[in-house]
Structures are given as C-alpha cells and as structure tokens.
Design a protein around this ligand. Structure first.
Ligand code: ME8
Length: 526
C-alpha cells in the first residue's frame, strides 16, 4: 500500500453558484480523503476554480463587473459551501492565481520548444458553452455539440496546436496495461470508440478571440485554451516548475503516492485523453486512477434553472445538518453511476437509516446500559449468548469488506456495508431480548448483550466517520469512548469497548415529518 494519497476534484467554473451536483463530486472526494487519512496515509486533497474563458467573461459583462471581480465574488460562495460541507481540502487553486498562470506559461513554452506545440490555423465547429472545437463528423447533420447537444457555429482562427498523433499509441497502450486507469471501464470504452478510433484531431491549445485567459508569452495575441489552462491546475497547485516544488515531488512525481482524479462523466475526454498526453509530453508520471462519477439528475432530467429543478445544497445543510446531506449523497447515488435527487428519497434515507437505525440504536443502547448496568459498559467476556458469535463475525467481516471497498474507491458500497452492523444490531436486540434476560436475572448474558451493542455501535461509528462528521463524535461522547480507542486499526479484533461510563445525550437525528419536509424541499427547488 502506498503511503501517500493525492486526490483532486474538477475545478468548477465560477460562472454561477454551485449546485448539488458539484457538492456531490466534492463530498465524495472528501470522503475518500478522510478515509485515507483515517487509515494513516499522508493525504493531499485539492479543489479549486476554473476562472478563465469566454463564458465567464460574458457572464461578468452581463453582471456589469470586471471578470476578476465577478469570479472573486463567486469563488467566495464556493469556499463558503465547502466550509459548510466540512470539506477538508488542503488547498484551493484558482486559475487566476499568479503561481498557476506562471506555470501554464512555462509549460506552454516548454512544449513549444520541444515541438509538441506548433502554430497553425483552425477551421471547425465551435461550441461556446463547452469552449470546444468539433469536426464536421462529430457535429453531424444537426450541427450539435456531441458533449452538450447545443448548436455549434463554424469558426476559423489562427491557433497553436498540440500534436496528439505522437501520443495516441502510447495512450492506448496505457489503457490496456492499466486496467483501473479509468473507472468505470465503460467510460474507457466510450473514449476509445467515440473519440480515439474515429481519429483524434490535433488539439487547438490557444485562442486569439478570447482575452480573458493566460497570455501565450511568445505571441500575446493568443491566450492559452481554457481547458489546457484548467487541467494544469492539478500540478501547478503542487508547485510544478516553480521554486517551491516540494509538494510536487511528494504528491505527484513519486512512487509512494497514489494519485486519484475524480471527475464527472461530462468531462472524461479532457481528463483521460488530452491530460495524460500532456503529462507524457512533459515527461511526468501518470495519475493512477481517473474515477468518473455519474451525474445527478432530477426526476424531469438534467438540472436546469429554466426547469426550476436546481437544488442548492446550502438550505439543505442549514435545515437538516451537514451529516444528512453528506450521507444522502454518498449513500443514495452509487459512486460511478448516474443518480437521481428526489425530496422523497432524501427524507426517507434520513428517517430510515439515520433516525431509525443509527440514532435509535444508540438511544436504546445507552438507556439499557444505564438501566441494567449502572451506566457502565460491561467488560467484554467473549461469546456468551448464542447470538454473539454471529454478530462478532459480521462485525469483523464488515470491517474487512469496508476497507476493501474503500481502497477500490467504492464509496457507496463501503457505507452500505458499514450500516450492516447497525441494522444487524437492532435485530440482535430482538433476538436476545435484554428485558427478559433482566427479568430472569440472567446477568452474565445481559452484560454480554450490552457489551456487544456498545461495540457494534462503536464499529459502525468508526467506519462512518469519513461520511458523517458530527454523529460519530456525539456517539463516542455518549459511549464514553476515549481518543486512544478511536483507532481504526483496533477494529481488526472484536471487543474494544468495555468499562466506559455512558451518558445519555440528545438524539443523533430528529425524526422528520415526511410530508412537511418533502414539501419544504420541493419549495427550495422552485
Ligand atoms: O467542467 N451531477 O466545470 P463545471 C453530478 N471547469 N456532478 C455534477 C453535475 C451533476 N448534475 N453537474 C456538475 C468544468 N457536476 C471545468 C472543469 S477541471 C480541470 C475543469 C460536477 O463547473 C461533475 O464533477 O462545469 C462535473 O464533471 C463538474 O461538476 C463540472 O463542473
């Protein structure tokens, strides 16, 4: 296992406020960052904003602001959202940062000097929202952008080009030799069949028509194509080609680091075709994995302002708490597949998993330990009741499965597994019937049941920590768990808790009134 972990999210456009889809990507990446820290890796987690390009300049003009003022204002809202979602990013890169601009220029100069970039002229179909040129075949009869399905215009301009030809073979070989390079596999096939096999054109890497961008030093009529500018963030943030490049050596150019880049299905082409080619041209190592997550849809399709179905995560966090939103995103939308946001499911997940399963179990366990055991978790005495072995085996198996899933970036599966121990414990209460054990004076069995319940809750809470940032802390407080015991490595043996003094606290999650809250969320979406 590598000792370091570098994880990145896409850098989002500050053209408007972020919505639940962006929150999804960053939250899932944060969960991976937190998990890897928890198992003892040195983690660097990067997110940021992609601030150049025509679309931003146009939006700024509409808002009556300079582009810089415009992005400054919107980037503040990004940072506020990440703070509220308790995102643990180590840095926030902005493509208007001087350090980033300097790296982009140095990379351009280097590739130009090497002959990987040359000056030519371009004619093609241009999609303004995607800032992409397409060939006649790609836009088809209807002249629509293959990425976003909007109309494209014929455009021609002098441009610098990146020689993709030189790197296609190498890229295909990389795909073949590294089975997990792009996950899910279907995305890799899509890249090969839709873009590479039909013939990849040279990539236009500069524009003369756009001022709001990084100037090409050698020819200042040109600015660097916004996608090239943006992709470079992943290494400029680490100090590549700057005087202070320690992070770059630690978290990119090293065999000790696992590099995972998380992105949405809409931007797979840039990340898994052009970006690896640029890295190759620069003589740098490749990322280990591109994890392509699905898009979050609404019942009536893609989120859009005109449909009135955009979900702003902030009011959800304000009303239901950060844990509820993080949990919903990670649990409900399988990481890697498309998903759907519905108010009904949001409320149901909350009530069923968080209130009924987790919250109730804690509440019942603490009450029973207070009532039957003077408020002290009995010591672990091994397998006493006929149900103890089964639940212990399950706990140990859950821990193992959970780590396997997380190490393979299967976030949803890992969390679902963690919850197994919680639901099994509710059944364990039904099976062992502690109130009868108490009435019949079966003290030894009763103690064992209380110990197992406390230990199961402990295991569940430990495993849910990357997702739920508050509830496990409250649970540890109520069960009196010391800091020393909050160590994931201790979970390879069952029975860590015993002897702690419990103290009843507030319920972890308040039960929601389904109809009222569904209505409330629907109103937020208008
Ligand atoms: O593409 N569901 O920025 P962007 C899930 N600046 N995730 C979604 C989503 C949805 N409905 N909508 C957006 C850009 N996302 C470029 C990236 S990186 C070098 C440059 C997430 O603001 C998803 O991760 O359009 C998607 O890939 C990303 O936001 C696009 O964000």
């Amino acid at each position: 296992m590598k000792k370091r972990f570098y994880i990145t999210t896409p850098i989002y456009y500050p053209s408007a406020k972020l919505h639940i889809g962006h929150a999804y990507c960053t939250t899932l990446s944060d969960i991976l960052a937190r998990y890897n820290r928890m198992i003892g890796k040195e983690v660097y987690f990067l997110t940021g904003s992609d601030e150049h390009g025509q679309k931003i300049a146009e939006n700024a003009a509409k808002a009556g602001k300079t582009p810089q003022q415009f992005v400054d204002d919107i980037v503040k809202t990004f940072k506020d959202l990440w703070e509220k979602l308790e995102i643990t990013n180590d840095d926030f890169i902005r493509t208007t940062d001087l350090k980033h601009v300097a790296t982009v220029q140095k990379i351009f100069t280097k590739l130009l000097a090497q002959g990987d970039i040359y000056l030519g002229s371009y004619e093609g179909w241009y999609c303004t929202p995607c800032e992409s040129f397409w060939t006649t075949t790609q836009v088809g009869e209807a002249k629509l952008c293959p990425d976003c399905n909007r109309s494209v215009q014929l455009a021609s301009e002098e441009s610098y080009f990146f020689k993709t030809d030189k790197y296609v073979e190498g890229l295909l070989k990389k795909y073949e030799d590294t089975p997990n390079f792009i996950t899910p596999e279907s995305r890799k096939n899509e890249m090969v069949n839709t873009f590479i096999k039909p013939g990849l054109s040279e990539l236009a890497v500069s524009r003369t028509s756009i001022d709001w961008g990084v100037p090409v030093k050698e020819n200042t009529r040109h600015t660097v194509y916004v996608w090239v500018d943006a992709l470079i963030n992943y290494i400029s943030a680490l100090g590549y080609l700057s005087e202070d490049d320690e992070l770059f050596h630690k978290f990119w150019q090293s065999d000790d680091v696992e590099i995972v880049q998380v992105l949405g299905a809409d931007i797979t082409r840039f990340h898994t075709i052009y970006w690896p080619m640029i890295l190759k041209a620069l003589g740098l190592r490749q990322a280990d994995r591109y994890f392509v997550h699905g898009l979050l849809m609404m019942k009536d399709g893609k989120m859009s302002k005109s449909k009135g179905n955009v979900v702003d995560p902030l009011p959800l966090i304000d009303r239901y708490g950060v844990d509820a939103v993080r949990y919903y995103l990670a649990r409900e939308v399988v990481f890697g597949s498309d998903g759907q946001f519905t108010p009904e499911q949001f409320v149901e997940r909350f009530n069923v998993d968080l209130v009924n399963d987790l919250g109730n179990l804690l509440n019942r366990t603490v009450s029973m330990i207070e009532k039957y055991c003077d408020g002290v978790i009995p010591l672990y005495k091994g397998q006493v009741t006929e149900f103890d072995k089964e639940i212990e085996d399950l706990a140990l198996q859950v821990v193992k499965e959970y780590r396997g899933y997380f190490d393979d970036l299967k976030v949803t599966e890992a969390i679902t597994t963690a919850f197994k121990i919680i639901s099994a414990s509710n059944k364990y209460i039904d099976n062992t019937r502690p109130w009868e054990l108490n009435a019949n004076g079966k003290k030894e069995e009763l103690d064992s049941v209380m110990n197992h319940l406390a230990n199961n809750l402990f295991v569940g809470a430990m495993l849910l920590q990357p997702v739920l940032v508050n509830a496990p802390k409250e649970l540890f407080k109520q069960l009196g768990v010391t800091k020393e015991k909050q160590n994931i490595n201790l979970l390879s043996k069952y029975g860590v808790l015993g002897g702690e003094k419990v103290s009843k606290g507030n319920p972890l999650f308040p039960r929601l009134k389904v109809n009222d809250e569904v209505e409330y969320i629907k109103n937020l979406m208008k």
